[in-house]
Design a binder for this molecule. Structure first.
Ligand code: 2HG
Ligand code: ZN
Length: 457
């Protein structure tokens, strides 16, 4: 078995599929947004499902590990090639294949950029809600693999709520089409849902049928400014308690606001302890009334409120929101970012606990995220140059997860487990659950060639 010169063979066997072993490609595709460095054996760019089948047949026969990759925007190392895996990039499979306006769905290839799909649909009066902060560069395939969320998950759910049907290539090269093209379907286990969020460990997704919606008639965007952190958390529960369901309820603390303003001066208010970015959509008269009620609630908690006057003012606010993560990376390239979720009425308690941890450890913790979902991106601002402090910062992760779980939460809302959270899996899942998951993995991928080293430490 010539495993060592397997690349020579794959080039020989699949001469029509683009493949590279150039050092610059191996370097670029060895990273993702987790900033962990992996070492790819090669990078391969399939153009069709057939190409993927041939690559997987080859990989299966020769036991070559493969990592499917969208745009590498994942935050937990899901796209990092371990065990000298071959990276399979979906950049060339990026088409919107079919738009079915009667049945409200689209078929897309995995490499299609989320923001591209959004814009194309909006021009035609349709709406695809999942909007991860990286929407302008992340791919739908990556979104499905990670079951990505985003601000609008509050009202509209996450990627899995839109996946209807998937075409996928199994590790041995067999193709399955699973799920339904109808709005309902309960025949057997829901394999489309199982593959959604499986982080590229079970099968390689090659085509995706997504549910879409009619574009909401109108959108109102509000910015609420607080001089008290806990009051912003209370406002979240009060708004939902008033039976209003905004499409977003995004939170950022003082440090996040300062970082983003330094990174990209978009005119965010200064001297506030926290902000909520609240967006409503629907019938104009209904959302106008809801906006008035939200303003009343905010004012009762001493917050000032501002309304985005037009779409460019709205876009500026979202630009600022989407820039928080890069802005924080700019300050601390080695920051540790988490995406814990607690029941939304536990947010004030969680924020209080996080502040206590920061004070006790002397390490700055910046918080922002999808407060409406109880999903807080806890960013521990650590720097590897100070080894002692970095060790302390890493130890905080366990404390944060313990606090989260004790409040009835979960350790990952939308970034997945990948590599970075794998050591903590057993804090949340029982052994019998992990065993079932490992059994499923083994059933799909008996030779363990698909995205090895992820989810299970
Ligand atoms: C966001 O909501 C992303 O901006 C990134 O999920 C979060 O960097 C982060 O912590
Ligand atoms: Zn997020």
């Amino acid at each position: 078995m010539a495993k060592n010169n397997s690349m020579i063979r794959i080039v020989d066997e699949l001469p029509d599929i683009k493949i590279s072993k150039e050092p610059e490609d191996l370097l670029c595709y060895g990273f993702d947004a987790s900033r962990i460095e992996g070492h790819a054996r090669a990078v391969i760019w399939p153009r069709t499902t057939k190409d993927v089948v041939r690559v997987m047949q080859y990989a299966y026969q020769n036991e070559v590990p493969v990592v499917p990759r969208g745009a590498g925007t994942g935050m937990t190392g899901g796209a990092i090639p371990l065990n000298r895996a071959m990276v399979m990039s979906f950049e060339k499979m990026n088409k919107l294949v079919e738009l079915d306006t009667n049945n409200l769905n689209v078929i897309v290839e995995p490499g299609l950029i989320n923001g591209r799909l959004q814009r194309d649909l909006e021009h035609l009066g349709f709406f695809y809600p999942p909007d991860p902060a990286s929407m302008n560069f992340c791919t739908i395939g990556g979104n499905v693999a990670e079951n990505a969320g985003g601000p609008r998950a509050l009202k509209y759910g996450v990627t899995k709520d839109y996946v209807m049907e998937l075409e996928a290539v199994l590790p041995n090269g067999d193709v399955i089409t699973t799920g339904v093209r109808t709005s309902k379907g309960v025949v057997g286990y829901d394999l489309a849902r199982l593959l959604t969020g499986s982080e590229g460990t079970l099968a390689v997704i090659t085509k995706i049928r997504l549910r879409i919606l009619p574009l909401p008639e109108e959108v109102i965007t509000l910015l609420a400014m607080f001089d008290n952190l806990e009051a912003s958390g209370k406002t979240v529960s009060k708004i939902i308690g008033a039976k209003i369901m905004p499409r977003t309820l995004e939170f950022m603390d003082r440090e996040a606001i300062t970082a983003v303003e330094r990174y990209k001066a978009v005119g965010m208010p200064k001297d506030v302890e926290a902000l909520l970015l609240i967006e409503l959509d629907g019938h104009p008269s209904a959302i106008t009334k809801q906006a008035e009620k939200i303003a009343e609630i905010c004012e009762s908690l001493n917050a000032d409120i501002k309304i985005a006057e037009d779409s460019s003012a709205r876009e500026k606010l979202w630009e600022a929101r989407r820039a928080i993560s890069p802005a924080l990376y700019n300050l601390y390239p080695e920051k540790i970012n988490e995406d814990i979720v607690v029941p939304r009425d536990k947010i004030p308690e969680m924020l209080k606990g996080l502040r206590k941890l920061a004070e006790e450890s002397g390490i700055s913790i910046v918080n922002f995220g999808h407060a409406g979902d109880g999903n807080i991106h806890v960013n521990i601002m650590a720097d590897k140059n100070d080894a002692e402090k970095y060790k302390k910062a890493k130890a905080l992760v366990k404390d944060i997860f313990s606090m989260t779980l004790s409040l009835g939460g979960t350790i990952s809302g939308e970034h997945g487990i990948g590599m970075t959270k794998a050591p903590y899996l057993s804090m949340e899942l029982k052994k019998n659950e992990i065993d079932i998951m490992k059994g499923i993995k083994n059933l799909f991928d008996p030779k363990a060639i698909l995205n090895p080293g992820k989810i299970f430490a």
